[in-house]
Each structure stands twice: as C-alpha cells, then as structure tokens.
Write a protein that binds this ligand. Structure first.
Ligand code: ADP
Length: 653
C-alpha cells in the first residue's frame, strides 16, 4: 500500500519535517533558506472510502458492457425527469439516423453493380442514378436526424446539470447537521459534485454511444449479408483500440482518484488565501511565504501524480493505435484476396468498403464512448451513492408537529458524544428552561456550550436522554416545525451575499414588512448604518460583488441579532452574539433581550460576564458537566465558584 493510501482526509497527522512524507519539491518551490527551520510539509491525504476504487482497475470489457446499461438507465432517468419531450426527440432522431444509414447502404449496394458492370460511364450513371439519389437523400436525412439529436441533447444538458446540482445542494440543506461530522463527508460530497457535473457528459456520451449502436446494427446487417467474414475482420481492427481505451481510462481514473483529497484540500485553502476576509491577517502576520510553500506543495503533488499517468497513457494509446492499424490493413488484404480469388465480386467488395467504414466508425464510437460511459458512470455512481447517504441522513425524525412556541424546555439526562471522539462533549445532565426567563450559559472554551445550544434547539439529537419542548420529545418531532419557533445567532453567522433587507428577513416565509425590518434594525442599533448605505435596505451586502458594500464584523453580528429578533421567536438563542461588538452595541443587544424576554425562552452564551448579571439564571458548564447554576450574585458569592474565578480574571484584564 502506498503512503498516500495510509492516511485519511481530515487527519492532519503529527507535524513532521523535511521531505520524507512529501513529494520531491520542484525547482519552482521556494526552498527554505539554510538559516531557517524547514517548513512543515502538508500531510499526504487520501480518501480511501470509495467502494469502486478498484472497479476501473479490475474492469474487463465484459464488466463494462454489463455496467453500461445501468449508466444508460441512470442517465435516461435523470434526463426523463427534466424534459421528456427532448428525451423522446433524441430517441426518435437516433432511430431515424439508423434507418437513414441502412437505406443509404442498401442503395449503395444496388448502385455499385451497375457502376462496375455497365458498358460505359454514361450507361452506368443512367442505370445507377435512382439508387444513388436514394443513397444521397437517405444519408442527408440520417445526418439531419443526428443534428436533431444533437440539438435535443444540447437542450437537455443544462437542465440535467441544474437538476443534478440542485438535488445535491438541496439534500445538503436537508441533512442532519451530524451528517457533516461523518468521516470523509466532504470528500464524498465533492466526488458527488463531480458525478453531477459528469451527468451532463454522460448524456452526451449516451447519445453518441446509442447512435453508434444504431449505425452499427444498420451497417453490420448489410455487411453480414455481403460476407460474414467481413464482420469478424472488422471486429479485430477495432478491439485493440477499445482495449487501449479501457486501459487509458483506467489510468485517468486512478490519477483522478489519487489526487481527489489533495485537490479538495487545495481548493479549500485557495479560498482562504484569496478571500478579502483573511487578507489582513495573512499579510500582517507574514503568513504568505509558508502558505505559498504549502499551496505550491499541494500543486506539485497533484501535478506529479498527473504527470506520472501521462507516460503510461501515451504508451497504451500508441500501442492500441498501431495494433488497430495492423488489423485494418489485414481487413483490406482479406478483401483483396477474396476478390482476386474470385470469391467476391468487385462490386460487393466496394459496398463492403463503404459499409465497413460506417460500421468501423460506429464500433469505434461504441467502444470509445462505452469506456467513457463506464468511467463517467463511476462518478455518477458516486453521485447516486452520496444522494442515498444524504437522503438517509435527511432530517426526518417524526411527525409530531410543534404548532406553538414552548412554555418549557426540559432536558432529561441528556448526553452527547461526537462521532470518533473518546470523551463525550456533554455528560448526562438535566435542565429546565422556562418562558419569560433569560438563561446565560458560561464556561471555558470546549466546555460544551455550543453543543448544549444545538441540543436545546433540536439541531442535534442527544446520544442519550431526551429533550422535550413541553410534552413533545424532539426525537419524534418534525424538525422544521420545531425550528419555526427558533431564532438563533450562532457563533459563526452568515455574511449572506444578499441585500440588507433579505439579510434581516432571511428564513421568514411571511411577506416582507419594511416597518418591522427597520424596527429590528433599530433595536440592535443598525438602523443608522443601514440608512447611510446607497440603497438603504436594498443595498447588496457583499464587497466581492460589483456594487456591493461590506459591513464591519460587529455590524454583521448586530445584523444577525436583528435577523433573530425579526423572527420574533419563541426560543431565542444567542451564542456569543457580541464578541465583535463595541460596548454600546453589546449594551443595546442585552437591553433588547431583556425587553423581549417575557414572551419567550431566552438563552445567551457569552464570555462578557458583566452582562451575565442581567440573566435570571446562570449555568456554568465545565468539561461537559453543569458545575453550578443560580443567579449571578448567588454564584459569585460562593466559595470555589468557577464563575467567580472567571469573573475575577475578566476584571483583571
Ligand atoms: P464550547 O462551545 O463550550 O466552546 P463546544 O460545544 O463547541 O464547546 O465543544 C465541546 C467539545 O466538543 C469540544 O471538545 C470540541 O472539541 C468538541 N466538538 C465540538 N464540535 C465538534 C464536532 N463537530 N466534531 C467533533 N467534536 C466537536
């Protein structure tokens, strides 16, 4: 097993130095100066999980032939689901094109004896012209039908691409958030995206492949009628090319497969290196040099693996072409021998040549596009496998609807462990939250605060125990009906590239109400900054887009709070909502929370311990356990209080 096959995506591995685990750096990689420590080479990543990794390597022609109907059926189903009319058009055009070829060949077979046996060219033309006209018209009609099939496929392609892409995006948004924690999820998701993109290629391949089949059936029937031996010789000329195509496609797939994780990580890093959001940090902390080295190493790694495949690819393609040429010569020699030996009329040999050219092209298409279909079909199977995986993890817990916001939320012996983690993020804990009460959750980093928020809001279900909204167990509730009552300001909130208005109303189905939008903005101190924007609420908030504007970090946080308040939710949850805000902003948010508290259950996670005073109750989490709870004053007065210790530390700063 190669080194790359040992590691898994996401495993950052121990820091190791020197080129031992990386590729030999290319001359373009800036080499570390001798007086500097060697930079850490990015770990080799490889995604090992796909079942069909060996499929391409082990596939025989027969395996491929068996798999192609599945790929055809999958493509047809996808195309049928988006535009039945165009699918039917492709099919009809294909059949018409085949009929055109058959008629053309039959007409040529009729015309040639006249051409070879007539006493003079004029007599030959006179006798042959009706058949020649039929051949010409049939050929033109067949070509017209092919153009029709091409047109219909062009209409189908963008629809297939959008449908496949939409399905993937939609399923991501419907999946349980825990699906993202599964090992290799990102890699599988990326492979599925490639599969979705290849669905379009498959539609094209399928068109050329089936056209090859139709042409072949037409031509082969004519050819077999002339002399069965011709078909056999013809087959020999095409098989080496087909085998070469299969092996070349395997090489291609292997290269793709070995580089998928590196390309995935590289494209993720590319965003980090080019986004304006991190531009200051990258420059001011002189990160450029190492990041360039890192990125260059990844490029070299991908490039190196791709170059490794180029030599074998060339060798196999050249060998296949040479063998194929050898057999074509053989076919021509057999024809000559048959004619010279008096076993075949010259006219028949002439028709055989025309028919063999047609069926040769058709067989070439079948083998070439069959191989490509097999190849693309593997990606399409990634796509379908991923759809099944995500469909299985689609949020679909139960049918109990939660029509009204809860009065109480009970956590009953609730524990939570992330997959592949030895220590649970939350040990069994019980807790009740009541309407009208503001609860603050405090604790050091990693104490389990965000995990608790996810459980209370039903974003994740507990590993054990029950979360109940009044009498409804969230494990049996329809998740969307639960979330309709939630307003969440997460630690990382979206800087949605939408207008300011949509940034506040996002997630609310009811009609936009600018009065309420301004009200929400006002309550978090965002009304004045929004009024200064060129189109006020209509201003696009995305600096990267032409005409867009950018807000500061604190303003984005205020906007996220405005979004949650605009929902007027029954369960308002703010996870470190003021970490980037100035004291005035922070004060405004906490004042707004207090004012709104009577109608809802309010939960705030914060490190700003001065503000924790305004909460009715403080819950202090420590290593996944509730260490203490009570009012702020009660807790800080206790001996051995973690809150008192954290509060004292915050005062010392
Ligand atoms: P806090 O919000 O108090 O900082 P979290 O709830 O985010 O803490 O995390 C609690 C523990 O769970 C930490 O040890 C953290 O590393 C782990 N954790 C959080 N999110 C994930 C995740 N998606 N996958 C695995 N472990 C996680």
């Amino acid at each position: 097993m190669s080194k790359s096959e040992d590691s898994r995506p996401g495993t950052s591995g121990p820091a190791h130095h020197g080129p031992a685990t990386g590729p030999t750096p290319s001359p373009t990689v800036p080499q570390p100066r001798p007086d500097r420590p060697r930079p850490t080479v990015p770990p080799e990543l490889d995604y090992n999980g796909r079942r069909h990794r060996r499929a391409m390597e082990d596939a025989t022609l027969l395996d491929m032939a068996r798999r192609i109907p599945t790929a055809l059926a999958q493509t047809a189903r996808l195309a049928w689901s988006v535009d039945r009319r165009m699918v039917l058009t492709v099919l009809v055009c294909q059949v018409l094109s085949g009929i055109g070829t058959a008629i053309m060949l039959a007409a040529v077979a009729r015309a040639l004896p006249h051409l070879f046996t007539a006493s003079s060219p004029a007599a030959a033309l006179h006798a042959a012209w009706p058949a020649l006209v039929v051949a010409g018209v049939a050929q033109a009609a067949g070509s017209g039908a092919w153009i029709g099939a091409d047109w219909a496929t062009r209409r189908l392609n963008p629809q297939v691409a959008s449908a496949a892409d939409l399905t993937i995006v939609d399923l991501h948004m419907r999946a349980e958030v825990s699906a993202y924690d599964q090992e290799g999820f990102k890699d599988r998701s990326q492979a599925a995206e490639i599969g979705a993109a290849r669905a379009v290629d498959l539609a094209d391949d399928a068109k050329t492949f089936t056209n090859g089949l139709v042409q072949l059936v037409s031509a082969a029937s004519v050819l077999t009628l002339l002399h069965p031996l011709l078909l056999f010789v013809l087959l020999l000329s095409v098989v080496p090319k087909g085998l070469g195509g299969v092996i070349a496609a395997r090489i291609d797939y292997r290269v793709h497969d070995r580089t998928i994780s590196s390309r995935n990580v590289r494209s993720m890093m590319r965003w980090w290196l080019t986004t304006a959001e991190l531009a200051d940090e990258l420059r001011a902390n002189t990160m450029r040099e190492y990041l360039h080295f890192w990125y260059r190493t990844m490029c070299d790694r991908v490039e190196g693996k791709e170059l490794e495949g180029a030599g074998p690819y060339l060798r196999i393609t050249a060998l296949a072409a040479a063998l194929s040429g050898f057999f074509v010569l053989g076919m021509w020699a057999s024809l000559a021998a048959l004619v010279l030996g008096g076993h075949m009329a010259l006219a028949v040999a002439g028709t055989a040549i025309v028919a063999s050219q047609t069926s040769g092209r058709a067989l070439n298409s079948i083998i070439r596009y069959g191989t490509v279909m097999f190849h693309h079909g593997l990606y399409l199977s990634d796509y379908h496998e991923f759809l099944t995986e995500v469909r299985n993890s689609t949020t679909n817990r139960g049918t109990s609807l939660v029509p009204t916001a809860p009065h109480t939320i009970h956590l009953d012996d609730v524990a939570f462990a992330y997959p592949h983690k030895d220590t649970p993020a939350l040990h069994p804990l019980s807790l009740t939250l009541r309407r009208g009460e503001v609860t603050a959750i405090v604790g050091e980093n990693g104490a389990g605060k965000s995990t608790l928020v996810r459980l209370i809001t039903g974003l994740t279900l507990p590993t054990s125990g029950h979360v109940r909204w009044d009498a409804t167990d969230l494990a049996e509730a329809d998740a969307e009906s639960v979330w309709r009552h939630v307003g969440l300001v997460p630690q990382k909130n979206g800087h949605w590239p939408l207008a300011a208005r949509e940034n506040i109303t996002l997630g609310q189905q009811r009609e936009f109400d600018d009065f309420r939008v301004w009200e929400a903005a006002e309550s978090v101190g965002m009304a004045a900054p929004l009024r200064k924007l060129p189109a006020e609420l209509g201003t696009l908030l995305a600096r990267s887009v032409w005409g867009g504007h950018e807000l500061s970090g604190g303003q984005w946080q205020r906007l996220a709070c405005a979004r949650a308040l605009y929902r007027s939710p029954g369960v308002l949850v703010l996870d470190e909502p003021t970490s980037e805000m100035d004291p005035r902003g922070e004060h405004e948010i906490f004042r707004a929370l207090r004012e709104l508290a009577p109608g809802r259950i309010t939960l705030v996670v914060t490190h700003r311990l001065d503000n924790v005073r305004m909460a009715d109750r403080v819950i202090v989490l420590d290593k996944g356990r509730i260490r203490e709870q009570g009012t702020f004053d009660e807790l800080v007065a206790r001996e051995d209080s973690l809150l008192a210790e954290l509060y004292a530390l915050s005062k010392d700063r």
